[in-house]
Ligand binder design. Structure first.
Ligand SMILES: [Zn+2]
Length: 401
């Protein structure tokens, strides 16, 4: 793979051994659509390691053996690429980037990132806004990135909105981040200007520790995407931008409660389709409604009926994505047996007691927050959430066993 930046426009050329259909770190097959993308709202004079890591979040799935950058990178970044992916990276020759002093939040506006933002009230936001690609038709026009960007602008926080069409480099399954980390390209390229040493993401307990997605039903301390000791964590650290997961130890029930109780509650939006409010008819709205109803201890309120396509997955057997939250909702939503989730009750024997661990924080998640940002998160979590008991910790660590 050869990558070239022209300003903040990226083009890349595959080497003979590279693949059109590659695999992302979550093992999803991803098919390449086009070898160019652009990033707006960022400077063109960032440290070469920041350009290198930003490029890698886009081209990693299609790269097999080597990557050639258009400017020399540090030995640290080249080493992290070799250790993590087995690729030869070069040319090497830059001084490593010294980490900055500040933490920014990669802010989507969903409940998880709002909860992360609430823990660090001084942290600036970097918001990724999808734009159209000049040469790739948009096959998923429902995504209202304009609405989400407007909501982010109303938070009152220091905000950098980064625009990009990089999701259109990916042809299948549909436009999206080639690697999940591509959401951070803007924050990476802004890291010098914003003096960043850390970047906070809203990945919660399910994504970080319970194998949400790839490792359904399995405890994953070694999660290669979000563990600070994993290959992505080491790569970001090599570029002086540590991955920070402020809500990595709490479930989506807790992030929902924190987000809806925060001073950002008017701007929370997990639905990608709605305009004046959540659409209430997409799969994500249904899933989040189950969690919200459980948190608020009220009946499910949804126009979706069991015959709708988005309800169909609940007629299948588990495992489900976000299964711990399904169990949490089944145990807590009054009258759930009379809703489209009724048949799912047959698969689980859950109670409020058996799902109580999902209301507290898994302590190792705080321990892996880099030292300079740990105390603030720990104090917030102890004051607003509480820590799991040893028995509850065991629930996490035997998940899927
Ligand atoms: Zn929706």
């Amino acid at each position: 793979m050869r990558v070239t930046w022209t300003g903040a426009d990226l083009t890349f050329r595959l080497d003979p051994e590279d693949e059109i259909t590659g695999r992302a770190s979550d093992e999803h097959p991803v098919k390449l659509a086009i070898n160019s993308c652009s990033i707006g709202g960022v400077p063109d004079d960032a440290h070469p390691d920041l350009f290198a890591v930003a490029a890698w979040t886009i081209v990693a799935p299609w790269t097999r053996r080597r990557i050639t950058f258009d400017r020399a990178v540090s030995a640290e970044v080249a080493q992290a690429l070799h250790a993590g992916w087995g690729v030869e990276a070069g040319p090497v020759g830059a001084e490593p980037r010294r980490p900055g002093d500040r933490l920014a939040i990669s802010y989507s506006g969903g409940a998880d990132s709002v909860a992360a933002a609430t823990i660090y009230p001084e942290a600036p936001f970097v918001h990724f806004r999808r734009t159209a690609h000049p040469r790739v038709p948009n096959r998923w026009p429902h995504y209202r990135s304009d609405v989400l960007a407007k909501l982010a602008a109303r938070t009152g926080r220091e905000l950098s909105t980064v625009t990009s069409d990089l999701e259109f480099t990916l042809a299948e399954p549909r436009p999206g981040y080639p690697e999940h980390h591509a959401v951070a390209v803007g924050a990476l390229l802004l890291a010098d200007r914003l003096d960043l040493g850390g970047l906070g993401f809203g990945y919660e307990l399910g994504s970080r520790w319970l194998g949400g997605g790839r490792y359904l039903w399995r405890y994953t301390p070694d999660n290669p995407m979000w563990s600070p000791h994993g290959r992505w964590g080491r790569l970001f650290a090599a570029a002086g931008v540590h991955i920070v997961l402020p809500v990595g130890g709490v479930s989506e029930a807790v992030t929902m409660r924190l987000a809806l109780g925060s001073d950002l509650k008017e701007q929370v939006r997990w639905c990608l389709r709605g305009t004046d409010g959540p659409c209430r008819t997409c799969g994500k709205c249904l899933y989040k409604e189950l969690i919200q109803a459980a948190v608020e201890r009220r009946p499910l309120d949804t126009p979706i009926t069991a015959d709708r396509p988005v309800a169909r997955k609940w007629l299948r057997k588990p495992p489900y994505g976000g299964q711990e939250m399904i169990q949490y909702g089944l145990a807590r939503v009054p009258g759930i047996e009379n809703t489209l989730f009724g048949p799912v009750l047959d698969h689980f024997d859950v109670t409020e007691e058996s799902t109580g661990w999902l209301e507290r924080c898994y302590p190792p998640a705080l321990e892996e927050i880099p030292g300079r940002w740990r105390a603030e998160a720990a104090a917030f979590i102890e004051a607003n959430v509480g820590l799991m008991t040893p028995d509850e910790v065991r629930r996490v660590e035997t998940w899927g066993a």
